[in-house]
Design a protein around this ligand. Sequence first.
Ligand code: ATP
Length: 927
Amino acid sequence: MGKKHKRERKNVQRSGLFFAHLFGNLALFALSLSHAILLAKSGKDRLSMRADPGASAVLFGSLIWLVFFLGLTDAENAAGYEQLIPWMLSLVTYAISTAISTATDPRPTANILVQWIRMLILLGLVVSTALLRQKGTSDGAAAAGSPEETEPLVVPDPQTNGHADPQKDDFDDDDDKSVKSYASDEDQPDSKDEDDDNDAKKEETKQRKALRDRPWYQYIASFAIFIPYVRPRTSRQYFYLTIMVINTVIASAITVGQPLMLRGVIDDLTQREFKVWKILAYVFLRFASSNSGTQLIRNMASYRLNTELHNTLLTLCFNHVMDLDARYHISKNTPSTWQIMDRGRSVVDLLQEVCFDHIPVVADLVIALFVVGKLFGAYLCFVVATTMILLSWSNRITMTKKTKMRRYYVDLWRNWYSHMNESFMHWRTVSEFNNLVHEKKRHEEKTEAFTTVSIKQQSFRNYLAAIQEVVVTAGFTFVCIISAMEIAAGRLDIGQFVFMITYWGRIISPVTRIAGFASDIAEELVDAEKLMLLLEKKPRVTTKPNAPKFVFKGGHVKFENCDFSYDGIRSVTKNVSFEAKPGDMVALVGETGGGKSTIFNLLYRFFDPSSGRVLVDGQDISDVNLQSYRHVLGLVPQDTILFNTSILKNIRYGDLNATKAEVIEACKAAQFHDKVEKFPKKYLQKVGELAQKLSGGEKQRLAIARAILKKPGILLLDEATSAVDSVTESKIQASLEKLSEGRTTFVIAHRLSTIMGADKILVVKNGEIVEAGNHQELLDHGNGAYKELWEAQLKLSGGKTKGQTAEVAKGIEESAHGQEQDLMDLDDSDTKVDAEKGEISETSNEDKGPGQVDDVDHDNADDEASKTVTTTVGLVTPPASSEVNPRKGSLTQEEQQPRRHGVSKDTSESSSAKSVESKNSRGYGTL
Ligand SMILES: Nc1ncnc2c1ncn2[C@@H]1O[C@H](COP(=O)(O)OP(=O)(O)OP(=O)(O)O)[C@@H](O)[C@H]1O
């Protein structure tokens, strides 16, 4: 449905016919009121309506029209079924009763005349509504229909139900409107929300709109999702709950009992009688309902129950969020998830208010109507009922309006919070780009936006409280006048008058208090809605019920025709099939964005393929227990994420039961121990937020140590040493070699020189495996993608020719023919930087002299050595060397860095020659 059409519909709703309907209902109310007075006047007892049941019925019947009138004032449309059906039913009822009256007494009476006027008004309402609906239908868009009749109930959530409609992803006009609905609300200030373009936010807005558009009964039923989260669990919680229920019943009894007791006391006193027990009973009831009685019990029990339920809810929500899959966690906004969980606790308050405030108040009102009707007759009962209806209506308006405002406020607040969080987290980036002033200004704008809405909310609340007071006072005036008239007429005594005045206070003040609750509920509802959407999310990657544990049998990995798409639109992997035998090393190479990490994601089961399957040791990984499967995997990622805690704890994350000695062992193997020892607090050194206190190389070595500690069955290395310098890289090569021994290992590498010795190299392009084989096979494969990549890399690293490529290949071949040597021996030689000459050359430990790299702290080698090379050598003078690291038959960093040009031909040749001497059987030492 287009935006234009919606606007038209809105206009129809609020135009002439709408006001005609409004007026029609008001006229029916006035007519019924006059009719009742007419009947009462003609009755025997003019004031006591008890004497005329007919008049009483008409009087209370008029309240129906009052309710309709009030309901229409803020209705979505003036021609819904909710109006049409009651009007039609009333018309039929009046027609029958008029026909019966006319049949029994054909003489025209005032009664018959009123009936006819009533029927005519009703006929007008029914016909106009039917016509309007008909017009809407013929316009093809059900112009008069309510949103739930014309729009899908729930917008499919591609994150949860797996039925994303690719065509729906771009927002149509309606969705667009929904996204901007808050901002366009007349009560809300304009807001430049730059995050509106964010897909995740749009999606959330869309879901919230779908939630609000559910019919009210479905909307309320949606809250059932909270029951498992907020239900009492322990016997203590049940005890508190029982206390609260009993306490509420007692409080309701006191509400009626206390004024009744006072009436008794007054009655006695007017007859000059003194009954001390009555006075004591009255005082006791007063005390019992005070802050030392039922209030105290309620506060104590509810505080204890609430605190426990809040904590349970938080725990369950945390578990729920942690159990959601990667799809959710990739697109979530972390600060807002915290807020949703934190504020979502108010759902406990909401349920408690409904159960222990609202329902008792409604029950008190019903009792009050009965008591007042019984003791004082229909007039006073009618006044009480009318006041209650008006107060309830104002509460409803408060809720609706406040909820709208609150939704907007919460969005603005969340925006402010996220911005603040991001600014603090990314202070460094902000400073690097010199955008401190910009961020401060943005913060100010965001603060101002939510402050304005907050003030509007409070003002609205105050106005409404004032209006309610007017209604209450008007009602009270009627109560006083009518009671006084009845006393004057001798039909009521003073005791009854006092009862009525006291009782009025006791029943009306909770209703007015509900206005405050309504406001709170509006806030809690919005918070609850967000939590509801979070809890409604279901992970797609789960362990199937009764799934067996994964049994590791060596690490035989098989991808069978795996297709996958992140968004359901763009294919990221297409028909991916390959196999890795236990202990194999498989390298994934290819263009950036080709889908290599996605294959890792599928292997880790962060996502399930849309078709095809992944088998490990003959078991479909989607059929086994996820936890037991991930237990055998170990990953060294490209970007190491660390917790802001000590190095010890970060490494121990690989095996929570590891001893400190084991952690140190792992660090030694990852060439990290010496560095850690130099930190002021050694292993207890904190890594800082986002691990900012560690260099890129240190982070990677920590990640390697963590993987070593985990002792995984299958190892995944995603550019695992991309952040370390060649010197350090060569040092951790041996530990990686050791780590991967006997383990199926998958490596993602951009520097082809690092994976030349892999058992299998898969070339990934546009999500497809376009070539597979070992290095030599792929080079021999005509002008394939791998050869192209290889030559491009050689060219970038020093203008190598095809002939030289062949030479390198030859070297590998020779290397592969059994030049196995203890890799640790290779640490005897190292690379030194001759800054003066701008050369990097190889030397043995015996040859080391002052100023050589080995003397430099290698953890700064990322920084020191490579910086030296880059600044002193790479930029000031062209890099003079591109030697091959002989231990792995690979090119040194200079060759591998495309940025560094100008490597001499001589050096290239030496590279080839030295590669022949490679001692690394696999050749991935620099992974
Ligand atoms: N969570 C995601 N949602 C949507 N698209 C994604 C997501 N992650 C990756 N992609 C897209 O999938 C494609 C493949 O990404 P992937 O990270 O697998 O490539 P890659 O080959 O590992 O790249 P690189 O070598 O640069 O790391 C890319 O086009 C990327 O934009």
